[in-house]
Design a protein around this ligand. Structure first.
Ligand SMILES: Cc1cc2nc3c(=O)[nH]c(=O)nc-3n(C[C@H](O)[C@H](O)[C@H](O)COP(=O)(O)OP(=O)(O)OC[C@H]3O[C@@H](n4cnc5c(N)ncnc54)[C@H](O)[C@@H]3O)c2cc1C
Length: 160
């Protein structure tokens, strides 16, 4: 990778030590006749690729075999027996604040990230009743991993 790990972060969320690692920049816009590109799959990877290409002037067509975009992130309406409608999905998804690239992608259409809902914790509940969480864990490595191990009732030094 042609990155610059020492460059100051232009946006680092809550982690003051985070650095933005730039990939190869390439041309900001295509010159001449715009190429046509087909992106196969409308999951987050395909949509990110399509967005980056379209922003550089490429004519992009996204081909998705399902009825909704999103891939494993997608939700779709289902009608229950009582006639009410719910949104079904493949499973609970958490987008952590350290997902800088994902948040940058979402900011294209949602600058304030209003569609993300902040949660006080990300609890992991085990069938035996034990529960892990991240709310009290330090935010930066290596203290985050050490703190999780120390505080976890199931994985760490506090396990019984
Ligand atoms: C239950 C569950 C929970 C998860 N929780 C989290 C989480 O909390 N946090 C997190 O960061 N990640 C989580 N993940 C992982 C995350 O969902 C995936 O890493 C991510 O969605 C993958 O995106 P993708 O674009 O690479 O692939 P996909 O989402 O699989 O997208 C691929 C797309 O390509 C389409 N496609 C495939 N073949 C063709 C074809 N021939 N023609 C047209 N279209 C085609 C598919 O229909 C699909 O829409 C979770 C995954 C699951 C299943």
């Amino acid at each position: 990778m042609n990155g610059h790990a020492s460059a100051p972060a232009s946006r680092h969320g809550r982690d003051r030590r985070a650095h933005v690692v730039h990939g190869p920049q390439g041309a900001p816009r295509v010159s001449g006749t715009a190429p046509r590109v087909a992106v196969i799959g409308g999951g987050i990877a395909g949509l990110a690729a399509a967005t980056a290409l379209a922003e550089r002037g490429v004519h992009v067509t996204v081909y998705e075999r399902e009825h909704q975009l999103g891939g494993r992130l997608r939700g779709w309406p289902e009608e229950l027996a009582d006639g009410s409608t719910i949104t079904m999905s493949r499973g609970f998804h958490a987008f952590f604040r350290q997902y800088y690239n994902l948040r940058g992608l979402l900011r294209r259409t949602d600058p304030a990230l209003r569609t993300l809902r902040g949660l006080p914790d990300y609890p992991l509940r085990h069938s035996g009743g034990l529960q892990d969480g991240f709310a009290r864990v330090p935010r930066t490595p290596p203290w985050s991993a050490l703190g999780f191990a120390a505080l976890s009732p199931t994985f760490g030094v506090g396990a019984t």
